[in-house]
Design a protein around this ligand. Structure first.
Ligand SMILES: Nc1ncnc2c1ncn2[C@@H]1O[C@H](COP(=O)(O)OP(=O)(O)O)[C@@H](O)[C@H]1O
Ligand SMILES: [Mg+2]
Length: 244
């Protein structure tokens, strides 16, 4: 039985989907069998980030409605090891929580990691997604509003039964921290009351790739190294923070 990890955040635009896709690729590159599930029904984006938008025909709601089998909906990412994708419905959904949980539970038996990309906030959909999750990563940027909402998201996940949600701080600008223009990382972590899983710097290549849709960044950039380390921590390794 693999781990099912929910990527959540209070605010949108912080990089949840980006972090979910990049961590999934890193886990697959490290030899793990990984499934990414787009849980952002209505506002799906992971098909674009993973470069699979032309291949999406069905989604997990079709599976829940019994229209198609799970195997016919899973897409495989070319040249990414054992990395698979389950698309979200394009419309808002009326998924039965029990059926959704059962589907994710069955899939988790076939993968080392199932990563669930949540919509922003702590609404109904996040409750649906957190039920089958064994773990969660709360994504935040260094701004005050994002940090506060990470704390609130963490609280909500704890009350949904996720024992130890972890914090991923994204879009960090080390030079701003050094110049004292941004709160230092320890302060941010304390305010969220969450345990850190990683710190990812702001990366021009990631922002540029978003214009085309498919997530891409050079393997030797600092963000790539940060995601590789996050993937190793998810597998239980103790890895120091990336020097910035
Ligand atoms: N580390 C980063 N450096 C630069 N841009 C980033 C980084 N992470 C995410 N982004 C950009 O931020 C925007 C929002 O990211 P996205 O993953 O869609 O956020 P969310 O899923 O939380 O709404 C996208 O344009 C993405 O390319
Ligand atoms: Mg998203």
């Amino acid at each position: 039985m693999g781990e099912t990890v929910l990527f959540a955040s209070g605010k949108g635009g912080v990089g949840k989907s980006t972090a979910c896709a990049a961590t999934a690729r890193a886990l697959a590159a490290q030899g793990r069998r990984v499934l990414v599930v787009d849980g952002d029904a209505g506002l799906r984006s992971l098909d674009l980030l993973l470069g699979l938008e032309d291949q999406v025909v069905y989604d997990w709601l079709d599976v829940l409605h019994g229209a198609v089998s799970t195997n016919s909906v899973l897409l495989r990412c070319e040249d990414e090891g054992e990395l698979y994708f389950l698309p979200a419905p394009i419309t808002d959904n009326d998924a039965d929580p029990a059926l959704f949980g059962k589907l994710i539970g069955l899939l988790a038996e076939k993968f080392d990691f199932v990563l669930l990309d949540a919509p922003a906030g702590v609404g109904e959909m996040v409750r649906l997604l957190s039920a089958p999750a064994t773990n969660a990563v709360v994504v935040a940027t260094p701004d005050a509003a994002s940090v506060r909402s990470a704390y609130l998201t963490g609280e909500r996940l704890l009350s949904s039964g996720i024992a130890a949600p972890r914090l991923l701080i994204n879009k960090v600008r080390p030079e701003r921290i050094r110049r004292g223009e941004q709160a230092n990382l320890d302060e941010l972590i304390d305010r969220t009351e969450l345990r850190l899983i990683g710190v990812v710097p702001l990366c021009d290549a990631i922002a540029d790739s978003a214009v085309q849709g498919r997530l891409s960044f050079p393997p030797d950039c600092a963000a790539a190294e940060a995601f590789r380390r996050i993937a190793r921590r998810m597998q239980g390794e103790s890895v120091p923070l990336t020097p910035m």
